[in-house]
Design a protein around this ligand. Structure first.
Ligand code: FES
Length: 142
């Protein structure tokens, strides 16, 4: 039996926009509202390079990713051809103006997905031998 938990009201979600629902583990879930008031829930991660779909532009029953403009179907998470890929979709229901998500899916679905670092920078591991060789560590700069 599905255990539904309320995450927001329908009015909390802007038309042609999204609201992010934080999870204890894993990336946020984006809840979208289309122009016809239908709601959809997807992992807030583009299947291309991890862009935040919640910040994309909703049109019809799709969202255009803000990073490279891939179009993702809101009802399936599938990228529109010729692009390929799919972002996980979450079950959603609306009752009495409240939006509910499945508690089990929130705890378990795609919790291992990470958002890649953007741009040319990368996080360095400045521990162990790498720290001793780092000129910044020697000078006390880091
Ligand atoms: S990350 Fe979404 S289109 Fe590239």
């Amino acid at each position: 039996m599905t255990h539904w938990i309320p995450v927001c009201t329908v009015e909390d979600i802007p038309a042609l926009g999204a609201r992010r629902v934080a999870r204890e583990h894993g990336l946020d879930v984006a809840v979208f509202k289309a122009a016809d008031q239908r709601l959809f829930a997807l992992l807030d991660r583009c299947p291309h390079k991890g862009g935040p779909l919640s910040q994309g532009i909703v049109f019809g029953h799709s969202v255009a990713c803000p990073l490279h403009n891939w179009n993702i179907a809101l009802d399936s998470g599938q990228a529109a051809a010729p692009d390929q890929g799919q972002t996980p979709r979450f079950a959603l229901k609306v009752e009495h103006g409240l939006v509910y998500l499945d508690a089990h899916e929130l705890d378990t679905l795609a919790t291992e997905a990470k958002r890649p670092l953007a741009g040319p920078a990368a996080r360095l591991d400045c521990s162990g031998p790498a720290r001793r060789a780092c000129p910044g560590a020697a000078s006390g700069a880091c």
